[in-house]
Design a protein around this ligand. Structure first.
Ligand SMILES: [Fe+2]
Length: 323
């Protein structure tokens, strides 16, 4: 049912209220104000090949990037608004062919206050069950031990449920499922939409990888459906506080984003990237999309928080051959 034609007085009133916002130039300005494009000078290919060693990463950063390896030496990007680091201005032969269009992105208004509170309460309930740490702790990497929940196939030829999701008490497993069910219900879809917008080709590959996982792990899926996110990511790395030491996430795929966000009693932290000489503030509600296998990084957080990296740990290249 329509509303019928508007009177000219009503139209004039509407124009007064909305006319300015409809002005195209003003809209463009507003979008520009909220969008920061940071053009990098060269593709950071330092760790694409070579030994997978944290010590090597830190040595290269200390020597080649000695002028931008400390937070106070880095340029700070804007605290608010969307940030994109495109690659299309670089000479094509300097950018690996499988790369998505953006090296990093920071997105606004990604988690509502209620979603942050929901995640935090589920995290606290999980910690109260005293879940076991079952992975080798990398003392060089972070100040606190993290957990990996969900799926991966780092050391196996087929995907499986991570040990830390599996070898736990019944109480802990229930709390893990509860946390991941919340992520799946309220956040995974949003991440999928952002992923598809930022990197449509890589998104298609993620969906293929997901179809393969659903096929291979049908039994596990029916037993614990909350561990299966449906495509945007496969594993969740969760911990109190960030990784304060420069590192590369070797098990991530070079061309697939990790999504980083945090909730808790904090005002925000900074995601520091010595190779680019920049630090990106991350405030409550924002999410950072980053190629964590390409860029050496560390975080300089303030306050206590629970941070998550939603990771792509499955080898989609072999997957695309299978599917
Ligand atoms: Fe990381």
């Amino acid at each position: 049912m329509g509303h019928g034609p508007r009177s000219s007085a009503k139209q004039a009133q509407l124009y007064e209220r909305w006319g300015e916002k409809r002005d195209l130039e003003r809209v463009k300005e507003a979008v520009k104000r909220d969008l920061h494009i940071h053009k990098i000078a060269a593709f950071p290919s330092d760790f694409l090949v070579g030994k997978r060693s944290g010590e090597r990463v830190r040595q290269v950063v200390r020597t080649k990037f000695h002028g931008t390896c400390l937070p106070e030496q880095m340029k700070t990007l804007p605290t608010q608004g969307k940030i994109l680091l495109p690659l299309d201005h670089l000479p094509p032969d300097t950018v690996p062919s499988e790369m998505p269009p953006y090296l990093m992105a920071r997105l606004e208004h990604f988690l509502t206050d209620a979603q942050q509170a929901g995640l935090l309460s589920r995290w606290n309930k999980l910690i109260a069950t005293d879940p076991k740490h079952l992975l080798k702790h990398d003392a060089n990497r972070s100040n606190s031990e993290g957990y990996h929940f969900g799926l991966w196939e780092v050391t196996a030829s087929t995907p499986r449920i991570t040990r830390e999701s599996r070898d736990q008490s019944d109480d802990a497993k229930e709390a893990i499922d509860n946390l991941l069910r919340f992520l799946k219900s309220y956040i995974a879809n949003k991440i999928g939409t952002a992923f598809e917008e930022l990197a449509p080709d890589q998104w298609k590959a993620m969906l293929k990888a997901n179809a393969r996982v659903m096929d291979l792990l049908a039994r596990e899926h029916s037993a614990r459906p909350s561990l299966f996110m449906g495509g945007p990511f496969f594993a969740v790395a969760a911990k109190e506080a960030g990784s304060g030491v420069t590192h590369i996430d070797w098990n991530d795929d070079k061309a697939v984003y990790a999504f980083i966000f945090a909730v808790g009693d904090w005002e925000g932290g900074e995601f520091c990237v010595p190779q680019l000489g920049i630090k990106i503030p991350v405030r409550p509600g924002q999410v950072l999309c980053v190629l964590a296998r390409v860029l050496a990084h560390f975080s300089a957080p303030t306050g206590t928080f629970f941070g998550m990296e939603t990771q792509k740990l499955l080898n989609w290249r072999s997957t695309t051959q299978v599917v």
